[in-house]
Design a protein around this ligand. Structure first.
Ligand code: FES
Ligand code: FE2
Length: 340
């Protein structure tokens, strides 16, 4: 689960002058921009006294701890300790271990696996859905739900007539579904599900894409030349906790004032319908029930994800905090010496 790029934040969420904290797989992270404006990420734990760096500030492209003002560069090196006499070196343990970070398609992607395996070519290609000719809006929801339940919900065309009655569908629309799935040609684990809705002429084709570990892209053709593309990021914050961050893109009615606001309002109603269902499902999982007990062909896309997750999810992927920070460790530590 860790050897993948995760779109942790969107570009507007990371200003030039302030660090931002976020948690993935239970690891506290701090993001900031260096002097060139490039995004950087490291454990959100100061190697001096474990204070949260994300409450600090950005000074000349370095993140500065709010507790005693120690500063760290984008490479993790300690660049300044205010109380050190000139010419004195910072302690060897006073450094951060940064995570590889790339800004692309309007998002900040972070790699929480083996740094040597982090090649930006495995970031999913959003070029068909962003840039000139597209308009859209973003929204964020912090939820006490396993992120995989949301991934499965988004990959599930058969819940729409029921869960989304009154917004997206009506129960009378339910019928056998014509579904097909293909592997992505070059990204292992990624796939595209095709749903041909032959009875609704205005919505003939819907594509459900999954990019591991947590991206779902829904590409709904509303009518010829009109695409409604949902870039859905189901971020794995901690066991039983997730952030849903989405950008909903359209290539039609792009310059109508108020359209984004109207669609924001409607999409929040739709998310609330999903959350009511998933929170109830999560409550049952917490009592020991399973996410899948029986399945039918209409569950095909979600099952493909569940099989991928069963192959890749390991308990240790969610417990990385002891190994992420040099000098900031939750393992038993020798007593500090006077000037360690
Ligand atoms: S805890 Fe960060 S500088 Fe002291
Ligand atoms: Fe839904």
């Amino acid at each position: 689960m860790r050897e993948f790029w995760i779109p942790a934040l969107s570009t507007p969420m990371l200003p030039a002058d302030k660090p931002v904290g976020f948690t993935l797989y239970g690891d506290r992270l701090v993001f900031w921009r260096d002097a060139k404006g490039e995004p950087r990420c490291a454990p959100d734990i100061c190697p001096h006294r474990s204070a949260p760096l994300s409450l600090g500030r950005v000074t000349n492209g370095d993140v500065e701890c709010p507790y005693h003002g120690w500063r760290f560069g984008g490479d993790g090196a300690c660049t300044h300790i205010p109380t050190l006499a000139a010419g004195t070196k910072p302690p060897a343990r006073a450094c951060l271990t940064p995570y590889p970070t790339v800004e692309r398609w309007g998002f900040i992607w972070v790699w929480m696996g083996t740094p040597a395996l982090a090649t930006p070519d495995t970031i999913p290609d959003y070029s068909a859905w962003v840039g000139p000719g597209w308009d859209g809006f973003e929204d964020t929801f912090d939820l006490d739900i396993d992120h995989g339940l949301m991934v499965e919900n988004l990959l599930d065309p058969s819940h729409i007539p029921f869960t989304h009655e009154g917004t997206l569908g009506k129960r009378g629309d339910a019928k056998p579904l014509d579904l097909a799935v293909e592997d992505h040609p070059s990204l292992p684990g990624a796939f595209v599900g095709l749903y041909k809705n032959s009875t609704v002429q205005s919505a003939p084709e819907q594509r459900f894409r999954f990019f591991p570990p947590c991206v779902v892209i829904l590409d709904f053709q509303l009518k010829a030349g009109w695409h409604f593309v949902q870039l859905q990021h189901c971020l794995p914050v901690a066991p039983g906790k997730m952030r849903l961050h989405y950008r909903l893109q359209r290539d039609w009615l792009t310059s109508i004032p108020g359209m984004n606001l109207l669609m924001t309002h409607q999409s929040r109603k739709i998310v609330a319908q999903d959350v009511a269902m998933l929170a109830g499902e999560q409550a049952r999982l917490d009592e020991g029930f399973k996410p899948w007990n029986a399945s039918v062909d209409a569950d095909r896309f979600a099952l493909r994800y569940r099989a991928w997750r069963a192959r890749h999810d390991r308990p240790e992927h969610w417990q990385g905090r002891a190994v992420t920070a040099v000098g900031a460790s939750v393992s038993p530590d020798p007593a500090p010496t006077e000037a360690a």
